[in-house]
Design a protein around this ligand. Structure first.
Ligand code: FPP
Length: 244
């Protein structure tokens, strides 16, 4: 439950979360790994609602990486079905909360039904004006940077830009996250489950992101944990390479 005092917090515009610990959560309660993913999916709804109520502008969730294809095929198939279950159940709530869904990732390489589902969710919420719920699905930052490099090289080859036109703005505009506009760079990254690495997530975008490694497994991560992490973020001194 959010408290009145939370309204005094400086809320990060863009929070990115690496939702880790589903497998260990399941193991702890003696269930198969996939039940951890199912519970993790239910938690997406709870945390997205909490973030939206707090006034977060963009919530990016790392739901499937370009490296996750190497997991056992039954687990991959389950993860590919999660968006279908999620939007089936929660779309009315997302509409009610005025949440706009976006997807950052190589959508064309997804199984057809998953691809259609996520694109439909984007379409169905495109008029919503509230928080952007950005699913990083089949996303990997190195693959994204390779893709961006090819897009820009093609423009140079065609003569529509010169090499000297390549600058940070042009790169930003050709990354998958360009759909997030001025909020493309996360202010705060939270990784749950106690692991301390960024696993190929938004490498370019996180140049000045504050990072918090929260011990909680993702299925157990609550709105109170979110507020606690935002309080820690509020104590950070962000200098962006400058001095105060
Ligand atoms: C990492 O935990 C988690 C994932 C690879 C999948 C995350 C997906 C969700 C939380 C659901 C996403 C919901 C939608 C709607 C797409 P892990 O399996 O690596 O856990 P472990 O490190 O404890 O084994």
């Amino acid at each position: 439950m959010l408290k009145n005092s939370d309204s005094e917090l400086n809320i990060p515009n863009h929070i990115a979360i690496i939702m880790d610990g589903n497998g260990r959560w399941a193991q702890r309660v003696g269930k198969p790994r996939i039940s951890g993913h199912k519970e993790g999916m239910n938690n997406v709804k709870r945390i997205a609602t909490a973030a939206s109520n707090l006034g977060v502008k963009v919530l990016s969730l790392y739901a499937f990486s370009t490296e996750n294809w190497t997991r056992p095929s039954a687990e991959v198939s389950f993860l590919m079905k999660l968006p279908i279950d999620f939007f089936d159940v929660f779309m009315p709530d997302l509409i009610k909360e005025n949440i706009k869904v976006e997807v950052t990732g190589f959508v064309d390489d997804l199984p057809n039904k998953t691809k259609k589902t996520v694109l439909k969710a984007v379409e169905d919420t495109k008029e919503n004006t509230g928080m952007i719920l950005n699913f990083a699905f089949n996303y990997g930052s190195r693959a994204e940077i390779v893709n961006t490099t090819k897009l820009i090289a093609q423009k140079v080859k065609e003569g529509s830009i010169e090499i000297d036109d390549i600058n940070e703005d042009l790169i930003n505009n050709n990354l998958l996250t360009s759909i997030l506009g001025k909020y493309a760079d996360p202010d705060l990254l939270i990784r749950t489950s106690g692991e301390e690495r960024i696993s190929n997530f938004m490498l370019w975008q996180m140049a000045y992101t504050e990072m918090i490694f929260d011990e909680t497994y993702w299925p157990d991560f609550t709105s109170e944990n979110l507020v606690e992490d935002i309080k820690i973020f509020n104590e950070r001194d962000r200098r962006f390479g400058s001095v105060k």
